[in-house]
Design a protein. Structure first.
Length: 498
């Protein structure tokens, strides 16, 4: 709470953190000086093996970077590659992944859960993404140079680096206490603590222009992204005064191990990387949205300010993106629903749609359409309660994982909850009498009302709500009937959506 008291440009703690960084870097540079550079080979995707650059200088571990290898092929390739994907044949004898911070937990893993990235690390522990400017540590059996236009990992790296630039702008402009800033499937965001949102700490649209101006300045400076390995103790010293980073380090970094930070300009951030060679690779940036959230997604924790952004390596790409966003707004169901008087929302029941007369007609039409399919396909419609004793959800296992997202309340001294899904209720119905295998399959269908306690900042039209209904069904069948039932369910979906 006391880590941020007011908006302050270039607060003094930025320099203090930078001084700590420089002192630690001097130690790591001394360690690096003891490493023995040995000749290495690097094999390209086409099978060609390179051992030296155009000037005949041998490639060496601890010296040669992917950028150097790419430049041997063409300077254009080096300048346009965001990151390298390398598969090592073997590490040199004096390289230790743990000493290099490679075995540290990823503090952004949870936030990046929505990204559908091919984790090459699961295929081979020797295959990984590698900064273009980071020295190689062994011979490479395959190296790939990834570009923004061609590869999701390259876009993820680009937007991750852009998040750091956004974070630097927030620190320099407002003295924001940064928390996490992950890439998304299409852009990035950074969460920061800016004090009491009711006392002027909240972000607003008026902040977009200053942020974009500061980002443009950071981009123009072509600040290098610099990787540094730190011990847990060093990391805690570096981020003294930022309770959010301190908590991440204390809980995610085991005692006696090392992790990594990245610096660009004045920003030093806890991060596994990899990153772009420098901020100049970002040619276009826009702040796109902002919202409130909570530290670790827990409403009992501090309120944070989230700013979203998008960036590209070409200004034309940003122009096209903005045009597509305008087209998407025209198709936005929230806009259409309001214009056609279909639904409305009210703060006194946030996240719950009020279906107006025209909307109710469409809703009932869709329900009747699905019911016709139920009857044709042998589904029996049932009606189940909206509230249950929480013992049911403990028995099903839902309470262990989803209780925080359930509406719970007291009933005569016992804990009850509104149902967030229909599954356990249907299981109770199936278990309500002795069944014969001849009774199977039994297909229960339910339009029951469901409630989920979504965070207010996550609510969005009809796509993220607290109260909803779905054409939900559960099939109880014998093992020899599974194939027929699965094919039937897939045919059901195909007939509805085509």
């Amino acid at each position: 709470g006391s880590s941020f008291t007011k908006r302050e440009a270039n607060p003094g703690w930025i320099k203090v953190r930078g001084d700590v960084y420089d002192a630690i870097k001097a130690k790591r540079d001394e360690e690096l000086s003891s490493k023995v550079p040995v000749d290495i080979e690097v094999t390209l995707p086409d099978g060609k093996t390179l051992v030296e650059n155009k000037e005949g200088v041998k490639y060496q571990a601890w010296r040669t970077t992917p950028f150097d290898v790419a430049a041997t092929i063409s300077r254009g390739l080096a300048d346009n590659s965001n990151v390298a994907r390398v598969t090592y044949t073997a590490y040199v004898s004096d390289y230790d992944p743990a000493e290099d911070g490679m075995e540290a937990a990823d503090s952004l893993a949870d936030a990046m859960g929505e990204l559908e990235i091919d984790d090459v690390g699961e295929k081979s522990k020797m295959t990984m993404l590698w900064d273009m400017t980071r020295a190689l540590v062994g011979s490479v059996s395959k190296i790939e140079f990834l570009k923004f236009q061609d590869d999701q990992d390259a876009r993820t790296t680009f937007w991750h680096s852009s998040a750091h630039v956004l974070g630097e702008a927030l620190e320099r402009l407002y003295g924001s206490r940064l928390t996490i800033g992950p890439p998304l499937a299409g852009g990035f965001y950074y969460d920061s603590y800016m004090g009491d949102s009711n006392a002027g700490g909240a972000l607003k649209e008026d902040d977009y222009k200053p942020v974009e101006t500061m980002v443009a300045k950071i981009i123009k400076e072509k600040q290098k992204f610099e990787r540094l390995v730190v011990t847990k103790e060093e990391a805690l010293e570096m981020f003294t005064g930022n309770p959010f980073k301190e908590q991440i380090i204390s809980t995610k970094v085991p005692d006696g191990t090392r992790t990594t930070v990245y610096r660009c300009g004045d920003l030093v951030d806890l991060c596994r990387g990899p990153h772009l060679p420098n901020t100049g690779r970002i040619k276009a940036f826009a702040a796109t949205n902002h919202s409130a959230t909570n530290w670790l997604g827990d409403t009992e924790n501090d309120s944070l300010q989230r700013m979203y952004g998008i960036s590209f390596p070409d200004k034309k790409m940003l122009k096209v993106w903005k045009e597509n966003q305008e087209k998407a707004k025209e198709r936005d169901h929230r806009r259409i629903a309001m214009k056609q008087n279909l639904i409305m929302f009210h703060e006194l029941s946030a996240g719950s749609a009020f279906w107006l007369p025209h909307g109710a007609r469409i809703y009932n039409k869709l329900v009747n359409f699905i019911k016709e399919h139920y009857w044709k396909r042998g589904y029996d419609e049932v009606i189940t309660p909206n509230v249950y004793n929480l013992d049911l959800w403990h028995q099903s296992g839902h309470a262990m994982h989803y209780k925080d997202a359930m509406f719970c309340f007291d009933v005569e001294g016992k804990e009850w909850a509104m149902k967030p899904m229909n599954c356990p209720g249907h299981c109770l119905m199936f278990a309500g009498k002795i069944r014969s295998y001849r009774d199977l399959p039994i297909r229960y269908a339910d339009f029951g009302v469901l409630h989920r306690n979504e965070l207010s900042g996550a609510l969005s039209g009809l796509t993220r709500v607290r109260r909803f209904q779905q054409d939900d069904a559960h099939v109880f069948c014998r093992e020899d009937q599974i194939e027929v039932e699965v094919i039937g369910a897939l045919d059901f979906m195909q007939s509805v959506y085509t």
